[in-house]
Design a protein around this ligand. Sequence first.
Ligand SMILES: Cc1cc2nc3c(=O)[nH]c(=O)nc-3n(C[C@H](O)[C@H](O)[C@H](O)COP(=O)(O)O)c2cc1C
Length: 360
Amino acid sequence: MTTDLFTPIQMGRYTLRNRIVMAPLTRCRADANNAPQALNVEYYRQRASAGLIISEGSQISLSAVGYLGTPGIYSDAQVAGWQKVTDAVHQRGGLIFLQLWHCGRVSHPSMLPGQQLPVAPSAICAQGYAHTVTGTQAFVTPHELSIAEIAGVVADFAKAAENALRAGFDGVEIHGANGYLIDQFLRDGSNQRRDEYGGSLENRTRFLLDITTAVIKVWGADRVGVRLSPINPFNDMRDSHPQNLFDHVAQALNPFHLAYLHVTEWAGHDDSQPRPEFSFTQLRAAYRGTYMTNGGYTFDSANTAISTGAADLIAFGTLYIANPDLVERFAAGAPLNEPDGSTYYGGNAAGYTDYPSLKN
Ligand SMILES: Cc1cc2nc3c(=O)[nH]c(=O)nc-3n(C[C@H](O)[C@H](O)[C@H](O)COP(=O)(O)O)c2cc1C
């Protein structure tokens, strides 16, 4: 019998009923306190037949914010809001992990406490724009974190992990991808430090491993995943030797025995740029645990990836925006709804909870 998207799998502590994962998707529809609200509960409830839902990125502290309307996991109101989301998903027999997020340099003083500068491994300004209350504004040169401040951020991750546990999640995913703070430490285009957090591969990986260790203390390794994006240039990211770096990161994560490693092959919003040379097969071989992939997968290419052993789980992003019942549609061979890019970020139920299911 071939293994496909519908073959159950043991992932850390959990048996998933299928291998179809809802990828983390920022939708900027939290309330004024950055807490999930009724609209968000309905959105996640609709998608609960996924083998696993990974929540949208959720800020671990006030200093971690980088966008308007995104949820956090640092206040009691946010924990209470998320509790309603996790209850709704569980009522439908689903599983949901929270994505722990720190935006680092990709933020703006206008959205940070006391108009403080965004933080980063090095004082290197990203090319690009933050979306602030007064419109788009160029990124600023961030504040370089001191060693003591790095320890403070790691402690914030641990506290946020505790909050996620209180909110009833089934696990957490550490957001090490897409040009945010952890990725800024990993890649040498944004990390030029000369201390134990910069320079060698080992040093640039240290921040991720510190956070992984702290979060595992709260959750146990079998309920913690890590997300990486080796070739995504989004947020002005680059590395001089991505294969060496990410093979090293995968090997460094092996001893933790995580619930999964999640690698997005996604290369950003701009498809006009050539993709850098990178072998995901080699990366997958370097990692010894459960491996989730993502980035442009369809029903057919996902089944091929699973049946050939290229991946154990597939995360779907844009398909999940438009198809709340993606699992049922795949099972029935039914046509898929088309996502509307104009309603991805912000707004109300339109383009969020009003995509039709087969049943309505
Ligand atoms: C609207 C939107 C929001 C996203 N938000 C997040 C996020 O919060 N965290 C994250 O790790 N990736 C985020 N991503 C990336 C997706 O998880 C995924 O990697 C990307 O959409 C490629 O997968 P796909 O081809 O299946 O859509 C986002 C992508 C989109 C389109």
